[in-house]
Unconditional design. Structure first.
Ligand code: ARG
Length: 458
C-alpha cells in the first residue's frame, strides 16, 4: 500500500510505478532530504506541534536511514516513487507511529523544492571553488609568459603580435564572469521554501524562520505559491554551466588547434592525451575534444528544462519532476570538465620558439608601420598604401616585414627614418593602452586577477 493509498481501492499498475518513479535518480538528494526533515521536525517540536521526545526519535530514525543508505543497506523500491516517500516509509518501519507525524505541516511539494534547491546551491559553491582554481592556472601561466610572443589572430588569420600571457588572461576574464554568475545565483536563490506546504501555506503554527536558520538559508521565500513551483535556481545553474562550458569549449578549441603539427604551439602531456587504436604514431587531444563535445549536452539540458517550465500553470505540476536529470547531468559533466581542463593546462608544454616562428609569418607588424607613418604626419589612407608597398617588397624577397632592413624601408618612403623599429617585440611592447598586450599592462592584469582571487579566498 502506498503512503498516499487511502482513497485507492486497487494497487497501481507496474508500468505506472516505472513511469512515475523518480527514485532511480532522486536518491541523489537523500542528504538534503534527511537534513530538511530533521530541521522541520525540530521546528515542529519548538512550536509545540510535536513533543521534543518525538522530534528526537524522528531525528534518530532519520540518521539511522542515512547510515543505511551510506552503507548500501537501504532497500530501494520503485513503488516508493521518490526519495521523500522512501525515507518516510522506512522511518515508519523503524520508529512506528511517531514517524507518521513527520509530514505534519509540509507537503512533498515544498519538500522537493527545498531539497533540490539546497543540492543546487551546494553545487554553485563547488563550481565557484573549481573556477577559482582554473583562473589561478591561467594567471600562473600568464606570469611566465608576459614576453612570449605569438600571433594574435582575427578570423583565425595572423593579425598582430601579442603575448601568450595576454592570451591566457583573456580566458581568466571569461571565467571570472562565470565565477560571479555562480556567486550571484547562490545569493539570489538562498531562500527557504520549506513550510510552504502544498501551495497555500499551512494552518499549523510553524516557524519558517527557524528552519531557515537551521538549513543555512538567508531568509524564507516570500510567496508560497511561487516557491513550490519555482525552478529558477535550477535553470540558473543550467545557464551558468552552459556559459561556463561555452568558455571551456573555446579554450579547448584553441588547445586542439595549437597541438596540431601545423601549429605545434603546445604539446599536451602524455597524462592528458590519448592514442589511436590503429595509428601508432598518434597522440590525440581527446580531453579538449570531449569538453567541446559536452558543451552540446549542457545547452541541451538548459533548453530541456526551459521547455518543461514553459506554460506550466501554478503551482506544482508533476512535469517538474523532469528537472533533476538535466541538472545532475550538467553538473557532473561540467565539474569534471573544468577539473580536467585545469590539469591539461597545468601540464601542457608551451613551445615558445614555435609561437615566435609563426609570428614571423604574415607581416604582423604592418599596422605598426602604418601607425608610425601617421605619427610622422602622413594621412592614414596614404600610410596604409605605403605599408602595402613595404609588404609587397617583403613578399617579393620572401621575408617577413619585420626582417626588412632600415635602408630598404627608407627607400620606400623618405619619411621613414632611424627611429623605426618593426620588430615583433617592439610592436607588442608599444601596445600600452589600458588592458592591452604590453608586458607592463599584462602585469597589471595579473595583479587584478590575483587581487580578485585573494579577496574571494578570504
Ligand atoms: N518526485 C516528485 C518531484 O520530483 C516529488 C514531488 C511530488 N509531489 C506531488 N505532488 N506529487 O517532483
Amino acid at each position: 500500500m502506498k503512503l498516499w493509498g487511502g482513497r485507492f481501492s486497487k494497487a497501481t499498475a507496474k508500468i505506472l510505478d516505472e513511469f512515475n518513479a523518480s527514485i532511480p535518480f532522486d536518491k541523489e538528494l537523500y542528504i538534503e532530504d534527511i537534513e530538511g526533515s530533521i530541521a522541520h521536525s525540530q521546528m515542529l517540536a519548538k512550536q509545540g506541534i510535536l513533543t521534543q521526545k518525538e522530534a528526537d526519535k524522528i531525528k534518530e530514525g532519520l540518521l539511522k536511514i542515512k547510515d543505511e543508505i551510506e552503507k548500501g543497506e537501504f532497500v530501494w523500491d520503485l513503488s516508493d516513487e521518490d526519495i521523500h516517500m522512501a525515507i518516510e516509509k522506512r522511518l515508519i518501519e523503524l520508529i512506528g507511529d511517531i514517524g507518521k507525524k513527520l509530514h505534519t505541516a509540509r507537503s512533498r511539494n515544498d519538500q522537493v523544492a527545498v531539497d533540490f534547491r539546497r543540492w543546487v546551491l551546494k553545487r554553485n559553491k563547488e563550481f565557484m571553488a573549481k573556477i577559482k582554481e582554473l583562473i589561478e592556472v591561467f594567471v600562473d601561466i600568464a606570469k611566465e609568459h608576459t614576453d612570449t610572443i605569438l600571433p594574435g589572430m582575427t578570423h583565425l588569420q595572423h593579425a598582430q603580435p601579442i603575448s601568450f600571457g595576454y592570451h591566457m588572461l583573456a580566458y581568466a576574464s571569461m571565467f571570472k564572469r562565470d565565477y560571479e554568475r555562480f556567486k550571484e545565483s547562490y545569493k539570489r536563490n538562498n531562500k527557504n521554501p520549506l513550510g510552504c506546504a502544498a501551495l497555500a501555506g499551512t494552518p499549523h503554527n510553524i516557524d519558517r524562520f527557524e528552519t531557515t536558520k537551521a538549513l543555512g538559508f538567508d531568509e524564507p521565500t516570500i510567496n508560497c505559491l511561487d516557491s513550490v513551483s519555482d525552478r529558477d535556481f535550477a535553470l540558473e545553474i543550467l545557464f551558468n554551466i552552459s556559459m561556463l562550458m561555452m568558455h571551456a569549449s573555446r579554450i579547448s578549441e584553441e588547445l586542439i588547434i595549437w597541438s596540431t603539427s601545423e601549429f605545434s604551439f603546445i604539446t599536451l602531456s602524455d597524462e592528458y592525451s590519448t592514442g589511436s587504436s590503429i595509428m601508432p604514431q598518434k597522440k590525440n587531444p581527446d580531453v579538449p575534444e570531449l569538453i567541446r563535445g559536452k558543451t552540446g549536452r549542457a545547452y541541451g539540458n538548459l533548453i530541456a528544462l526551459l521547455t518543461v517550465m514553459k506554460g506550466l500553470p501554478l503551482a506544482y505540476n508533476k512535469d517538474t519532476q523532469e528537472d533533476k536529470e538535466p541538472v545532475f547531468d550538467s553538473v557532473k559533466n561540467a565539474l569534471i570538465s573544468i577539473e580536467i581542463l585545469k590539469e591539461t593546462l597545468k601540464t601542457m608544454k608551451i613551445n615558445k620558439e614555435k609561437m615566435y616562428e609563426a609570428s614571423k609569418k604574415g607581416h604582423l607588424t604592418a599596422t605598426d608601420l602604418a601607425d608610425y607613418l601617421v605619427k610622422k604626419g602622413v594621412p592614414f589612407r596614404e600610410a596604409h598604401h605605403i605599408t602595402g608597398r613595404a609588404v609587397a617588397l617583403a613578399e617579393k624577397k620572401g621575408v617577413d616585414l619585420s626582417d626588412l632592413s632600415l635602408d630598404e624601408l627608407k627607400n620606400i618612403d623618405k619619411r621613414i627614418s632611424d627611429d623605426l623599429d618593426l620588430s615583433l617585440e617592439n610592436s607588442m611592447k608599444s601596445r600600452k593602452s589600458y588592458g592591452a598586450t604590453a608586458p607592463e599592462r599584462v602585469k597589471e592584469q595579473i595583479k587584478y586577477f590575483e587581487k580578485f582571487l585573494k579577496e574571494e579566498n578570504d
